[in-house]
Design a protein around this ligand. Structure first.
Ligand code: 2NL
Length: 344
């Protein structure tokens, strides 16, 4: 019986050592240790043994069972570990593979230009202000020295909501509101960017809706030379240090005197070419000294306070800076156009 038990152990351990399948291990466990297994069969025959033999054989049988169980458990653990490793390897993510590209947008050229101009003026102490696009007749026209029957209103025909409410034709009402807020006592510098509206037929250089940035500086002893110096800094920072400016007399109902500003043409350096239409100069913006009546209406004493104001179209600035030849390109959302300026 002892030999029989030893033979079972050798056979079982050989089978365990010889397999790489968890399933085979289960079969071995049933075949040797199960209810109808060969070791169980031998143990059942122990009843026929003598009193002296029984504990000896019993001890050997226990050792054989323990040896087979231990070998089964050890191999089982080994195979499970191996299977896990194989699975982890198969399911591993290669983080070095190139990812799917994310379609990322960027600021619109007009937004970039407006922000560039804002940065430039906030650097000179200006605050940025915004106001309503639906305005009252008072702030859009009357407070800016454009009374109801003034002929200059014809140049700024707009979309009316009621007789007294309209889509603003310029950002000047934001400045009129700011002056009224400061109520005559205080000096300030501000710029106001935003959308404006005109009754216009759209073409390469006109749009019924466009953008404007106006600037206003009110203080004691503000002079024309302050306006010229400020605009010179603006032109050089925006278009290059080699640019010159010139001021020409002009007319706006809300400034007196009024000027228009040109910058020297970069292409021909003043000699005259197709970009500057042979003049050597390119028109950029308008401005002037705030009309005493405009100051008065906002509650400032024009004998004590003076101010300068200017206004420009960021579309025009962008068109000149980047050679865009149709204003409609800013509003028609052609990605081929917009994409070119994402790094700008
Ligand atoms: C242009 C010219 C201009 C102003 C805007 C202004 C505002 C107040 C008082 C006086 Cl509250 N003036 N703004 C002055 C002169 C010109 O804009 O060509 N814009 C595109």
């Amino acid at each position: 019986m002892k030999e029989q038990l030893e033979a079972i152990q050798v056979e079982a351990l050989e089978k365990i050592a010889g397999t790489d399948e968890i399933k085979t291990l289960q079969e071995v466990r049933v075949a040797y240790l199960g209810k109808k297994g060969s070791l169980t069969g031998v143990l059942k025959g122990m009843g026929k043994l003598s009193k002296e033999e029984r504990p000896v054989i019993g001890e050997i049988a226990n050792k054989v069972r323990d040896a087979i169980t231990a070998a089964l458990d050890e191999k089982n653990e080994k195979l499970e570990q191996k299977a896990l490793e194989k699975q982890l390897e198969a399911e591993a993510i290669d983080v070095t593979l190139p990812g799917k590209p994310v379609n990322q947008g960027g600021p619109h050229l007009l937004t970039s230009i407006v922000e560039e101009i804002e940065d430039l003026f906030t650097g000179m102490g200006y605050e940025v202000r915004e106001g309503p696009e639906v305005e009252t007749d008072y702030f859009n026209f009357e407070a800016l020295n454009l009374p109801k029957d003034h002929p200059a209103r014809d140049m700024q025909d707009t979309f009316y909501i009621t007789n007294e409410l309209l889509m603003r034709t310029h950002t000047s009402p934001v400045q009129a509101r700011t002056m009224q807020e400061y109520q005559g006592g205080k000096s300030f510098k501000m710029i106001c960017p935003g959308k404006v509206y005109r009754r216009d037929n759209d073409d390469a250089t006109h749009s019924h809706q466009f953008t404007q940035i106006e600037g206003l500086y009110v203080d004691k002893n503000v002079r024309m030379s302050d306006l010229k110096g400020t605009l010179d800094v603006f032109a050089k920072k925006m278009f290059g240090e080699d640019r010159e400016i010139r001021l020409r007399p002009s007319f706006f109902p809300f400034t007196e005197p009024s000027v228009e500003m040109d910058i020297s043409c970069k292409v021909c350096k003043g000699a005259g070419c197709s970009v500057c239409k042979g003049t050597g100069w390119i028109e950029i913006l308008g401005g002037g000294m705030v009309h005493p009546r405009v100051l008065e209406m906002a509650g400032y004493d024009p004998k004590e306070y003076s101010g300068f104001a200017f206004g420009m179209g960021p579309e025009r600035i962008a068109m000149l800076k980047y050679g865009v030849n149709d204003i409609r390109a800013f509003y028609t959302n052609d990605k081929r156009f917009l994409k070119q300026y994402h790094q700008a």
